[in-house]
Each structure stands twice: as structure tokens, then as C-alpha cells.
Design a binder for this molecule. Structure first.
Ligand code: APR
Length: 229
């Protein structure tokens, strides 16, 4: 595989999904052994579940946090972090890009490391293994700041991501099945904007016609694609 000549591009966007973290050991959502084949989202990942039993939902997310902290960024994450001029838009909630050193990551689906209070609007960053507290200072339960099934995406975040993609000239989609909207529509925005579009995914995602398709895992493909000649 020939590496990319970065001097030809001025606005680079990496768009990542669960497959980006697969080689770190974080489960993907779909496919063999996928997260949603093991856990019922109606029990753990929707507003109704939280309202029914907030503590159960919070403890479940606490386990996810611990599982993620046992995993570590791989070479692919580091290749992206070494390009600070590139923008990273992720569907992942695991914070792995940031742990590799990426800054200003646009987190479309929220983060395992943030909580919010729906009563008073407080936001809380919480980075440790266990939640520091499950309750807000106002006494209400804190809710993981994650886009669950049935939730709308944050309009501001969505707008920011759409604008970045609509003005990019190199778009690299990595490890997403392209099944969850509105993120599934992002590759088409890049395509329509005339960006050079690359997909890195061992399996076809069928989103758009890419200019370059790399059927390899992210941790293998990214170092090759962006190696200095
Ligand atoms: N490198 C690159 N891609 C990989 C790798 C790898 N090592 N391993 C698996 N993949 C690909 C799979 O082939 C699949 O296409 O990653 C993709 C993972 O797809 P999903 O599990 O559907 O993940 P994603 O597209 O991020 O899901 C979107 O769904 O449940 C929601 O909110 C959740 O953000 C998530 C959203």
C-alpha cells in the first residue's frame, strides 16, 4: 500500500467507530461477539431503563469504564494523535483517542467519562474506575452523558461535525458499520464535498463509493498509510 502524501491535503478528518478500538480490546457493537449480542440495550442503554432503575444502569456503565481502562490505545490511535492538524470525529465513547494524545475530539455519542444532571443541568467529568458519586449535589441521580438508543444527538456537536466534514479534503472512515444515523450519513457529506474518501475496515460497510478501500485492521492500516516515505 502506498502511503498518503499529506502535503496534498489541507483539511483532514478522521471519522471513527467501534472498530477503531477493537484492537485495543474494546468490543464492537455489532458483528461476531458484538456488545449488543451480549447485552440488551433496553435494560441498560436507554432513557427508560435509566428511569426504571438508575443505579443498575449506572453500575453497568461503571463496569464498561473499568473494561475500557484495562484497554490501551494502539499504534493506529497514535498515528492519528501525531497529526494534530487533523480533526477527529468519533462515535466512540471510550476516550481512547484522547488517551493516545488527540485533542479536541468531537464525540458524537458522548463519553463514558462524563455525567450530567437532568434536574439542575450540572455536568461532571469523572475519570476514575468507579464513579466518584452517583448523585448530583442537588440530590438527583447523575446520568451518563452518552447518546443512548432513542436519544437525539446534541445539535451543536452534530453541526460542528457536519461542518468539519463538509469542508474537508481528505476523509478517512475507520471501523464503523455505517448503520447508526445520523453518523452513517457522514461519508456521503464528505463525498459530496469532493473530499478524497478512504475507508479502513476489514469488512465492507457499504456506506458510499470510496476512493480507496483498505480491508485491514486499523492498527495495521494506519501506520502504513501515514508512514513517512
Ligand atoms: N479495524 C477497523 N475496523 C474494524 C476492526 C478493526 N480492527 N474490527 C472491526 N471493525 C469494523 C467492523 O467490520 C464493523 O464494520 O468496525 C465496525 C464496527 O461496527 P459497529 O459495532 O456497528 O460500531 P459503530 O459503527 O461504531 O456503531 C455505531 O452504534 O450502538 C451504537 O452508539 C453505538 O456508537 C455506536 C454506534
Amino acid at each position: 500500500m502506498k502511503s498518503i502524501d499529506l502535503s496534498s491535503y489541507r483539511r483532514i478528518v478522521f471519522f471513527t467507530g467501534a472498530g477503531m478500538s477493537a484492537e485495543s480490546g474494546v468490543s464492537t457493537y455489532r458483528g461476531k461477539g458484538g456488545f449488543w449480542s451480549q447485552y440488551d440495550f433496553e435494560e441498560y442503554a436507554c432513557q427508560e431503563a435509566f428511569e426504571r432503575d438508575p443505579e443498575k444502569v449506572l453500575r453497568f456503565h461503571e463496569l464498561r469504564r473499568k473494561a475500557v481502562l484495562d484497554c490501551h490505545p494502539h499504534d493506529g490511535h497514535r498515528v492519528i494523535a501525531a497529526m494534530p492538524e487533523a480533526r477527529v470525529i468519533t462515535q466512540n465513547i471510550d476516550g481512547m483517542h484522547q488517551r493516545a494524545g488527540s485533542r479536541d475530539v468531537v464525540e458524537l455519542h458522548g463519553s463514558l467519562w462524563r455525567l450530567r444532571c437532568e434536574q439542575c443541568g450540572a455536568q461532571k467529568e469523572d475519570l476514575k474506575n468507579d464513579y466518584e458519586t452517583l448523585r448530583c449535589d442537588c440530590g438527583n441521580w447523575l446520568r451518563p452523558s452518552i447518546i443512548w438508543f432513542g436519544d437525539m444527538l446534541d445539535e451543536v456537536v452534530l453541526q460542528q461535525a457536519s461542518e468539519m466534514i463538509a469542508s474537508c479534503d481528505l476523509f478517512i472512515s475507520i471501523g464503523t458499520s455505517g448503520t447508526v444515523w445520523p453518523a452513517a450519513g457522514f461519508p456521503a457529506i464528505a463525498r459530496n464535498a469532493g473530499a478524497y474518501c478512504i475507508e479502513i475496515n476489514p469488512e465492507p460497510s457499504g456506506a458510499i463509493r470510496y476512493d480507496l478501500v483498505i480491508r485491514e485492521p486499523a492498527g495495521v492500516a494506519l501506520p502504513k498509510l501515514f508512514q513517512a516515505d
